[in-house]
Design a protein around this ligand. Sequence first.
Ligand code: 13P
Length: 287
Amino acid sequence: MLVSATEMLKKAVEGHYAVGQFNINNLEWTKAILLTAQENNSPVILGVSEGAGKYMTGFKTVEAMVSAMIDSLGITVPVALHLDHGSYEGCYKCVKAGFSSIMFDGSHFPIEENVEKTTELVHVAHNLGLSIEAEVGSIGGEEDGVVGAGEIADPQECKRIADLGVDFLAAGIGNIHGKYPENWKGLDFDALAKIKELVGDLPLVLHGGTGIPEDMIKKAISLGVAKINVNTECQLYFQEATRKYIEEGKDLQGKGFDPRKLLAPGFEGIKTIVKEKMELFGSVGKA
Ligand code: 13P
């Protein structure tokens, strides 16, 4: 059964670790992440961008696949199905489709409009027992068509959005979707500390988890980050393993063309990186 992410993230704040949000694209991604969470006794959040939802033919398909897979694989660790960077309309679609968590990304709206829409969606989500994430300051780079300038969140605005009753908050602190450029300045820990001071124990979310050095991840967790989003790194591991399989000519040997064989190395690649991240975030054994 799907659960909201509220409880698992409260526990993460108390226990000084973070729960990974891993974005899904298809059946292989979902199965790899669910099995890795179960094998490592870790809570997990499956992230779905609007683009990935569309690719999988809609949020209803996604919810049906994830719920059925939890059942048929015998997954017992807490799993939240979460809309990533949702639009106002996307949030309503996911609520209707049976997601257990939504993110409303109103960071590109003027703060008053972000406040107004977030307030409404907090009520909708909480009435149905869903958790809700909001965003202040934008995450740099691009993810599935969502483009952000990468501005640092204003701590006072974070406090304002936090006070609306959101369950966890994404605050831009110099983090970027996709690979980090060579000249990246790193995370702004002063901003993070100021935000933490104002929002107290509200779980903070670090987007752009791909490629952030380990010491920065640990420091971010020590300053209140309890949810870390990873997307690109799973794609890169899948790509590298698939490329190797083809370059070694394995698809040309015997029944190597069988999609279940062709996709197997990539599937294992995702499992490897998800396990590594769960260990780094400290969520192993915390289910
Ligand atoms: P990366 O693709 O950089 O890992 O970011 C993932 C993310 O933040 C999803 O919202």
